[in-house]
Write a protein that binds this ligand. Sequence first.
Ligand code: NI
Ligand code: MN
Length: 220
Amino acid sequence: MVTITFYGHACFGITDGKTALLTDPYLSGNAMAAASADEVDADYILVTHGHGDHVGDTPAIAERTGAKIITPVEIGSALFAGFSCLSCNLGGTLRLPFGSVKLIPAIHGSGVPGALACGFVITIGGKKICHLGDTALTKDFELLAEEKIDVLLTPIGDVYTMGPDDAARAAGMIRPGLVIPMHYGTFPALVQDPEPFVEACKEQQIPARVLNPGEAIHID
Ligand code: NI
Ligand code: MN
């Protein structure tokens, strides 16, 4: 069984009960965050790109937990010098004791010159979870259908990433077992009602579920 906990914005805890993964831990300074940096668990911290709302508390959490950081190599060098970063970049798959993490392209600035932003396809507990990071709509998402994603975590906030309409089109290309919206409601610019997105997914026979910060789901 895999448990996915939404902490707010693009931050999720993902665990098989043995290994704890944490994505984009923007907690301090996020009024919507459901946990603080000193209470989240992490063996690995996955950082999609170098913008502040994704790097967040990564250094403090890595310092406290000893978690290894998974992020494109240029972002690791620029922002996490002195921490334990697993060297990797887009297109590559890290095979790890719990499963694997593949870095996939994201259409978005990385915040670090020379670096690219990414998303992640994570295999843990026999499940495939895809975190798209911050991205625009791209037809490349059709390739992800072949990955048979169990749970898709997609931005819907618009302005900096896909909005609800494009995110629903992305879900239609990727065809996951379940889609969970993220990266909305955190700032005034990102106010969104997630319900039209949920409806647009359901019209395509894709189950969608809104998680409020602090909520968790179990995937059997
Ligand atoms: Ni960003
Ligand atoms: Mn962002």
